[in-house]
Design a protein around this ligand. Sequence first.
Ligand SMILES: *Cc1c(COP(=O)(O)O)cnc(C)c1O
Length: 408
Amino acid sequence: MHFKPVQCNYPGFYIFAPQTEQSMTNYMKPDTKFIHAGATPDPSTGAIMTPIYQTSTYVQSAPGKNKGFEYARSQNPTRKALEDALAVIENGKYGLAFASGVAATDAVIKLLQSGDEVIAGNDMYGGTYRLFTKVFEKFGIRFHYIDMHDANNIKTYINNNTKLIWLETPTNPLMNIVDIKAVTTLAKEKNILVCVDNTFASPYLQNPLDLGADIVMHSSTKYLGGHSDVIQGALIMNDPALREKLYFLQKSCGAVPGPMDCFLVLRGIKTLHLRMQRHCENGEKIARWLRGHSKIASVYWPGFEDHPNYSIAKKQMRGFGGMISFELKDDSIENANRVLSSTKLFSLAESLGGVESLINHPASMTHASIPREERIKNGLRDSLIRLSVGIEDAGDLIEDLEQAIGER
Ligand SMILES: *Cc1c(COP(=O)(O)O)cnc(C)c1O
């Protein structure tokens, strides 16, 4: 592979890249991309790892004369390396990094204006729901929360004001699968933007841009970072005009991640494929073990052959991941609490996607901002428990669940 100087997006700033960013997507197989995406030796020293450019500003030789970097809210080389990596791993042209997943979502909704309408799923991440209902409704944006399990359900809610479809698949926490291709096909006919929250699947398992989505959103806090040590978000897109609008919002609203955090996510991405392989293997073993358990009423995991949208999951995903939810037969908060406080390897905590296993109670934790009545209506029962299966030994994890739930 020949490294040659290539001008990057910032005029006058050269990086040493194999070719151009986009062409990297074409000739690298996924496992190579996760290692080499955005990784170019530092132009001034040859350092193989992207330096943490811990600076707020850049010296100019004359007013306006600079190397493409003016002020670190607008540009930072560590962030730029990460943003290039994000684009490559999602098969997109442009990546933008944000201070959190919610900040990335916030930027997407700020593309809209008062009077615009959004169609969103009815069992999505609680913080997204809170942002939509408690912040953006106030500004006159209208949201419809619907069951997207059949993509055709969307048709009923489309009108001339519909500007965005927001979808999550697999959904959180019920692991429903939405047919991305069917939704983007419907949306394209009406010129509606589609943004997919791809946090649960990660780019290792699913690439929504390839299925026609306009924007992919990530909470990089989860699988991309992978080590529960950073809060960050990302947007990836193909359309240069959309990139300009979102870049404008990124720098104008200012929710940018610091260079140290960008470095951590860049480092996380390098092992994404290895971690995801184990998340998937462990996830499958645990989902099947839970399903045969006498104290468990139901298990939600998209890899079950009788999952209502199994065929869609199989078509649009390369594996089923390590996120699993289940309900206890004795459906009460007290019973759930008993299990939640007895696991030893599974730590009781919000969040997901790290190397260590976590256990969570949506009703009182991640989805507590959704009123009970609304929550039950959307199928989130009191005893629903969500697991983020880590990359430990599967046998140890099963033993831990067994001592907490009881014998099969
Ligand atoms: C965590 C999460 C978010 C929010 O991301 P933050 O990084 O916590 O701001 C959005 N969507 C999903 C699916 C998540 O799991």
